[in-house]
Design a protein around this ligand. Structure first.
Ligand SMILES: *Cc1c(COP(=O)(O)O)cnc(C)c1O
Length: 438
């Protein structure tokens, strides 16, 4: 079988001679680890999972320390597997500044201990004037656990059967809530739950009513949900988990709830993620009534859920800047098309940044219409028009194994690099990454 690609798999000594692998063997990685990576890559080529020409790149990639930088060209703006929201340059700089010693719990004027994270809490409170008080924990799941523990342990949380949500990777909110010792009092049905259903279930044992935004699915047809404005007339607190972290209404996403609207409607507490549509670091925001926020903050569990100084720094900078997720969401289609044409021309002319044209055949890069989505378990069914570079599908793996890695999506037999999820300041790197693979 002379055409058998397996015969083209390079021999171990040939692969080990590659300067990057030789360097790794001589350096920190050690010879046996490098050899193991090469053998594993050869095995994957034998199984037909990678091409023989990709053995070296696969071995180099396997040896790289993680986590590795990825350019998100998937068109999914908040990609959970790629770490959700990319931080703004301002947030990155703030994390750098906070990485050493910082005044996170120290008043530089008086030289005394100060409230932890007071500047970010003040910034959040200023952005959401409807909140009497605010608190920040490790993520939205932690915010819910803290609320359930502090307000409903040994008591009941009244929740609609239509809002018993699985948030991803097999994690179910009902299980999370019950793990705190609270009991769930389910009301209504999958598709219809009315205010009366809640009112009949609320009683002595109620800790709070919980409204969960069904952020990663949509129910259509014969449906009814109870508005927060009506539930807030009940004699118990209404806690609203909005998921996405929008502080204000976003005109482009009319179905996504936001913190301010929910508080104005009478929610006692609102919880949200920091790293979805807010575009910041992983965090859980808790905003609302002062007495309830105080109870949460003073609960012993709060200490186990507190965020570190880097998160506080990044969150504060996010609140004061335009994060990449918001810029991507609002990016103008004509501008995306303009970028795409420019990049495609550079790729087809094999023209890297400030370089003479490289030799070799044209790559065959086309500009095509695409559709981006919000992702990260947000705005299901919402499609954002976008533009992509279409490339031969054989580039998908080498692009993923590059440095930085580039993640696109394969559709219709081509690799699409969707530009809505790529910040424009990464365009040069994107061109270089593509040219390096051809
Ligand atoms: C994403 C999401 C969560 C979980 O938030 P994390 O910040 O990932 O813990 C909880 N509830 C809803 C409605 C969500 O969309």
């Amino acid at each position: 079988m002379s055409g058998d690609p397996r015969r083209r798999i390079p021999r171990t000594d040939e692969v080990l001679a590659d300067p990057r692998l030789a360097g790794a063997a001589a350096g920190g990685a050690g010879r046996s680890a490098v050899k193991a990576a090469v053998v594993a890559a050869q095995q994957r080529a034998r199984e037909g999972r990678i091409a023989p020409e990709e053995v070296v790149a696969a071995a180099v990639s396997a040896l790289a320390a993680g986590p590795r930088r990825v350019i998100n060209a998937t068109g999914v703006l908040v990609h959970t597997n790629l770490g959700r929201a990319p931080l703004s340059p301002a947030a990155v700089a703030a994390m750098g500044a906070a990485a050493g010693c910082t005044d996170v719990e120290f008043d530089l004027e008086t030289g005394e201990r100060a409230r932890r994270g007071r500047t970010v809490l003040a910034a959040l409170a200023a952005t959401v004037p409807e909140a009497e008080d605010v608190h920040v924990v490790n993520n939205n799941a932690a915010a819910l656990v803290l609320a359930a523990t502090a307000l409903a342990a040994g008591r009941e949380i009244v929740i609609s059967r239509g809002e018993m949500v699985e948030i991803g990777d097999g994690f179910r909110l009902p299980d999370l809530l019950e793990s705190t010792g609270a009991r769930l009092r389910e009301v209504g049905t999958t598709n219809r739950t009315r205010v009366r259903d809640y009112a009949e279930a609320v009683g002595e044992a109620t800790g709070f009513v919980l409204k969960v935004h069904p952020s990663n699915f949509r129910v259509e047809g014969f449906i009814a949900a109870a508005p927060v404005a009506e539930l807030s007339a009940l004699p118990v607190p209404v806690v609203v988990d909005i998921g996405s972290g929008l502080l204000d209404p976003e005109p482009l996403l009319p179905d996504e709830p936001d913190v301010r609207t929910m508080l104005r409607a009478g929610a006692a507490l609102v919880t949200a993620s920091g790293d979805k549509l807010l575009g910041g670091p992983q965090a859980g925001l808790i905003l609302g009534r002062a007495d309830l926020v105080h109870r949460l903050r003073r609960h012993p569990l709060a200490r186990a859920l507190r965020v570190d100084k880097l998160t506080l720094a990044a969150l504060e900078a996010t609140l004061r800047s335009d994060p990449p997720v918001r810029l991507a969401l609002r990016a103008d289609l004509a501008e995306l098309r303009h970028r795409a044409r420019h990049l495609a021309g550079r790729i087809d002319d094999r023209l890297g940044d400030g370089e003479a044209a490289r030799s070799g055949p044209a790559v065959g890069c086309e500009v095509v219409d695409s559709v981006s989505v919000v992702g990260g378990g947000g705005a299901p069914g919402c499609e954002l028009p976008s533009v992509a570079l279409a490339l031969p599908v054989r580039l998908a793996l080498p692009l993923r194994l590059g440095d930085p890695a580039v993640a696109g999506r394969v559709a219709g037999g081509r690799l699409l690099l969707d530009l809505r999820s790529v910040p424009p300041d990464l365009d040069e790197e994107l061109v270089r990454a593509v040219l390096a693979c051809t």
